[in-house]
Ligand binder design. Sequence first.
Ligand code: ADE
Length: 418
Amino acid sequence: MKNYDVKDLSLAEQGKLRIDWAGREMPVVKVIKQRFAKEKPLEGIRISACLHITTETANLSLALREGGADLVLCASNPLSTQDDAAAALVDYGIPVNAIRGEDNETYYRHILTALEHKPQLTMDDGADLVSTLHKEHTELAADVIGGTEETTTGVIRLRNMARARKLGYPIIAVNDAQTKRFFDNRYGTGQSTIDGITRSTNILWAGRKVVVCGYGWCGKGIAKRAQGMGAQVIVTEVNPISALEAAMDGYQVMPLIEACKVGDIFITATGNKNVLDKAHFVQMKDGAIVANSGHFNVEINIPALESLSKSKRRIRPFVDEYTLNAGKHIYLLGEGRLINLAAAEGHPASVMDMSFANQALCLEWLVKMKGKLKPDVYPVPGDIDREVGRLKLSSMGIAIDSLTEEQRKYLESWESGT
Ligand code: ADE
């Protein structure tokens, strides 16, 4: 029997092993890949995809290629690329424009290179590809059948573009599918954020006061998992209904400026900018840890933190110690970039399975709908969402009940109960 250590393999071979490992947890994408191999719904279609380059994205890419797509990839964040997954994809013949830790200029150059592919479909995670296309290469929009958007931040940007009548082709908000946001945003972000913070700091969560800024689906997941690790969770919100929900879910809710006085660990998940700002850093305790789990690195005002500091040093990978003029220390994780992908491996494959199944099926649907949709942001068709749910349940060996004919009719009627 051949015995070898993973470390003896080339980067691409290591990536292939990890892609296979992730693939074991992605049965829904696998079923779609098998059907795509037979039906070739994306035959010859050029796709430019701006996604986090991970082993999960690799499995999606291979499924799309099986469906006949001609795909090129670029990263949707400078710090989320898994270089082994990128190398493996290139080895499989799928071009990838991404290097982990690339600077901003390289990041945008890579997006432009992906656009040179003259896409007929776009896939985006955060809307940088779509916005770059509309800013720098508007002429390309005419040939685009449609696109998909993976994340909350991207959907917000695209809706703003559509409202300003700047969007040149239809886009499906994959993020908003129930089988995406209820699971990926909540359980995926929840687990992987705790994972990223644990890997970078090795802190004990039990007994810590964890402040979660934002109680959307991501914030809900983070709060729940932090509580599960024994932390006392404080939620901060601007939306009264979300704040109420957090309070009734059992968390303390208070203004962020108050939370800053007592918190040990701060995690932003709002999608907004300067959530943790100068006034907040001033209030924080010595040793406070701050991390971001939102899509862009704007939630923590790093220039403000720098302006308050006399020195900064990296004390562990992903941990920068800021010594404030006042003498106390604040620890910023992952340069304020999304900590789950910067310091860990992003959402586990099992949850990306549903998000990426939605992606694949929406691309197929867009091709079927070619020419029938005006430029706008569209929801994932309900049939696709339910099909992903059904396939995932079946892969988990879970059977459910169905309505009797009598019950179905009752629900369609306005019969009373008496
Ligand atoms: N977004 C969050 N986690 C991810 C992952 N593992 N792969 C691709 N995109 C992601």
